[in-house]
Design a binder for this molecule. Structure first.
Ligand SMILES: O=C(O)CCC(=O)C(=O)O
Ligand SMILES: [Fe+2]
Length: 373
C-alpha cells in the first residue's frame, strides 16, 4: 500500500511575540502553543504497513515464534520483565526525580505542602510532562538507548534499524487534592488508520502494583478497533483534548459497547525496569496512585526507520534540534508538543534546552532520525 500524505501542522517554534493558541481545558489535558488537529477525516496519514499484521499471522499460524511475541500478538499487550536491569532502573528514577526537583516553582519532595500545581511544572493528567525539553534530558536518551528496551521492538518489527519517539516522562505524585481523576479511556491511534501499525511502550521505573499509579487497558479492545469506528464514525475531538491526530477519546457509552463485546478493564502490574508494550488500537488510560508511591515512567515507542518519509525525518530532526517533545509515534505524526502554557501565558519555567544535554552517541542519533542507518 502506498503511503499517503499528511497535512502537517506548522512546526514553527513559538517566539516571545507569538500569541499562544489557548484552548479551555477542563479535563486535565494540557494547553499548548501548537496548532491542533481536530478533523480526523481531513487529515491524510502516512505510515501504513503490514509488517506487524504479517507477524501476528505468523504468531497465530503454523510457525509461531515460540517466545513472548506469540502472547503479545494474541492479547495485544505484554510486560517485558527486566528490560532495564533493576539497579539501573532505580538510578534512572533518582535522576528523573532529581531533575523534577529543579524547576523554579518551589517544589520540595520532602514538603507535601508543595505538592500542588503552583509549585510544579505543567503536566497532563497529573504527571505527563510533554514540555520543558523533558524528553531530551540525558537520562531520557540513555533510557531509550537501553539495549533491553530496544530489543523487544526490534523483535516485533523484524529489524533493529529503528526510530524512537521523543516522548514524555510521567512523574505522578500521590495524594494530590488538586488533581481530580475521571476516566479518560482513549486510543493513541487515529480512527482513520487501519490495522496494527504501532506498538507503544512504557519504560516503568517505579513499583506499579494494584494500588500504585499505572496503566489500565481494556483487554480485547484492539481487535474491535475497526469495527467500532465502522459503527461509530469518529466524532470531532472535544475542545481541549490532545491536539495531535493519533488520539481518540471514548465516552462511557462507547466503553459500554466494548464491554458488551467481552472487553474487561485490566490494570497492568509492573516492577522497576519492566517494559510495558501494547497495540496502539487498545483502549486504555492511566490511573492515579492510591498508594504513597511516586509513579515514574518514560513513554517510548520504536518503529522502523524505513517507514518514515524524507519529510517526516526532516520534521523529526527539527524537533530534535530544539529539544521538543513529540507524540507517542516515532516515524509518522511528527507533531511537536510546543511550549508549556501556564495561566494562559508561556510558562516562566520553560527552557530552550535540557538541564543535562544528552550525549550524542551513534545510537541516539540513529534513533532520533538524525543519522541514517
Ligand atoms: O500513563 C499511562 O499509563 C498511559 C498514559 C497514556 O495513555 C498516554 O499518555 O497516552
Ligand atoms: Fe495513551
Amino acid at each position: 500500500m502506498a503511503p499517503s500524505v499528511i497535512t502537517s501542522p506548522p512546526l514553527v517554534p513559538p517566539t516571545a511575540t507569538d500569541k499562544p493558541t489557548i484552548t479551555k481545558k477542563d479535563r486535565g489535558y494540557l494547553d499548548t502553543t501548537n496548532d491542533r488537529v481536530a478533523d480526523y477525516a481531513a487529515t491524510e496519514i502516512r505510515g501504513a504497513t503490514d509488517i506487524l499484521a504479517a507477524q501476528a499471522t505468523r504468531a497465530a499460524d503454523a510457525e509461531p515464534f515460540g517466545d513472548w511475541r506469540d502472547g503479545f500478538f494474541a492479547r495485544g499487550y505484554h510486560v517485558v520483565k527486566g528490560a532495564v536491569p533493576r539497579a539501573r532502573a532505580e538510578a534512572y528514577r533518582r535522576r528523573m526525580l532529581d531533575w523534577f526537583g529543579r524547576f523554579p516553582f518551589g517544589f520540595d519532595v520532602h514538603d507535601r505542602s508543595t505538592w500542588v500545581q503552583a509549585h510544579l511544572p505543567m503536566m497532563m493528567k497529573g504527571g505527563v510532562i510533554f514540555n520543558y525539553c523533558a524528553g531530551h534530558e540525558a537520562w531520557a536518551w540513555e533510557l531509550r538507548s537501553e539495549p533491553g528496551v530496544i530489543e523487544p521492538f526490534a523483535q516485533l518489527w523484524g529489524t533493529d534499524e529503528l526510530l524512537v519517539s521523543f516522548d514524555a516522562p510521567n512523574i505522578t505524585l500521590p495524594g494530590r487534592a488538586d488533581v481530580p481523576w475521571a476516566p479518560w479511556p482513549h486510543v493513541d491511534q487515529s480512527p482513520t488508520r487501519k490495522g496494527l501499525v504501532c506498538v507503544q511502550g512504557i519504560i516503568n521505573l517505579s513499583p506499579a502494583g494494584p494500588k500504585d499509579g499505572g496503566l489500565q487497558l481494556y483487554r480485547g479492545s484492539s481487535e474491535l478497533f475497526e469495527q467500532f469506528f465502522a459503527e461509530h464514525p469518529p466524532q470531532a475531538k472535544p475542545e481541549g483534548a490532545p491536539g495531535q491526530v493519533d488520539w481518540y477519546g471514548f465516552s462511557a457509552d462507547d466503553v459500554a459497547w466494548f464491554e458488551a463485546r467481552g472487553c474487561t478493564l485490566l490494570k497492568i502490574d509492573a516492577e522497576p525496569g519492566d517494559l510495558i508494550i501494547w497495540d496502539s488500537r487498545t483502549v486504555h488510560q492511566s490511573v492515579l496512585p492510591e498508594s504513597e508511591q511516586i509513579r515514574t515512567i518514560l513513554y517510548a515507542t520504536y518503529a522502523p526507520a524505513s517507514l518514515a518519509t524524507a519529510e517526516d525525518l526532516r520534521l523529526k530532526r527539527e524537533l530534535f534540534a530544539r529539544f521538543e517533545g513529540s507524540t507517542h509515534w516515532p516515524h509518522v505524526n511528527i507533531w511537536g508538543q510546543g511550549k508549556a502554557v501556564r495561566d494562559g501565558k508561556p510558562c516562566p519555567g520553560e527552557r530552550d534546552e535540557p538541564l543535562e544535554k544528552p550525549v550524542l552517541t551513534d545510537t541516539v542519533l540513529k534513533l532520533a532520525g538524525v543519522k541514517p542507518y
